[in-house]
Design a protein around this ligand. Structure first.
Ligand code: SAH
Length: 270
């Protein structure tokens, strides 16, 4: 939860501009050393894509909150069409475009800087909206509702989002989520929100544990070592690291109660 931390520590507010900018750069720098900025895996991206059947070479795809493009490049290798990756952070987009070039995908994969609450697309332009571990920044319901207009009728949306697996959960993990992202909800409730927003829910599946352990926490631990050396004695960096460790501790303690879920849905006429 990259920006959940930022919001939590009031980095997003204007209370203290210097700290704001400094911490922000620190967080971006940290995550720019990682291939992914959230839980996921190439297998999961390919599995989600397997539910989508409308793509051709002329398709327009947007990957919103793409980060450095770990999942975008997988998508590009397995789907036809043009992909626009969009992220708030220029540093991530620079890395994204370098990756696209390195893989020879630059003719159909482009990263642009922008915000998910003000997308630069035409109405009904897109065949597919992709977003892994990022829609929480605008909120699941708001994202579904606001992004819908950019999709063609019959177009798809595929997003991964945190969800509760059970109706009840221990207080400690409940409180943590209420503080960081109160929109977390059960899978059936999320599916009902999808239907209400004007889509047919096509598929949902839980991201396997290796998406967290192998593809997120393990690379993060490496960067954490590097970072603590580089920023030894820096209070903001140390606090940020502590928050990251707490996120991981809670996941290993409570992983049967929550996780990331992929939701795939199709826009219908309303
Ligand atoms: N999809 C990537 C990154 C997920 S982390 C992956 O799965 O690895 C969430 C991403 O959302 C970060 O890259 C962050 O910079 C981006 N983000 C946060 N707020 C945003 C906004 N308002 N508009 C666009 N991107 C945003």
């Amino acid at each position: 939860m990259l920006l959940a931390y930022a919001k939590h520590s009031k980095i997003m507010s204007n209370e203290n501009k210097t700290i704001h900018e400094f911490d922000f750069n620190l967080i971006c720098e940290f995550f720019s050393y990682m291939e992914r900025q959230g839980p996921g895996s190439p297998e999961v991206t390919i599995k989600a894509l397997s539910f989508i059947d409308n793509l051709t070479e002329r398709s327009c795809i947007a990957d919103i909150g793409c980060g450095t493009g770990g999942q975008t490049m997988v998508l590009a290798r397995h789907a036809p069409g043009h992909i626009t990756g969009l992220d708030l952070f220029p540093n991530f987009i620079n890395i994204f475009n370098r990756n696209a070039e390195r893989l020879g995908l630059q003719n159909r994969v482009k990263g642009i800087v922008g915000s998910m609450d003000n997308l630069p697309f035409q109405h009904e332009e897109l065949d597919l909206i992709w977003s892994e571990g990022a829609i929480y920044n605008i909120g699941f319901k708001q994202g579904l509702n606001e992004w819908r207009k950019y999709l063609k009728t019959g177009g798809y949306i595929a997003v991964s989002e945190s969800a509760w697996f059970t109706d009840e959960r221990p207080e400690e993990i409940y409180n943590y989520w209420m503080e960081h992202y109160p929109e977390i909800d059960t899978i059936p409730n999320k599916v009902a929100q999808i239907q209400k927003a004007g889509y047919i829910p096509v598929a949902t599946f839980i991201l396997p544990e290796n998406c967290w352990a192998e593809h997120y926490f393990a690379p993060k631990a490496k960067v954490q070592g590097l970072f603590l050396n580089k920023y030894a004695g820096n209070k903001a960096a140390e606090e940020f690291m502590a928050h990251q460790s707490r996120e991981e501790e809670l996941y290993s303690k409570y992983k049967e109660f929550y996780g990331y879920v992929f939701f795939i849905a199709k826009k219908i006429e309303q």
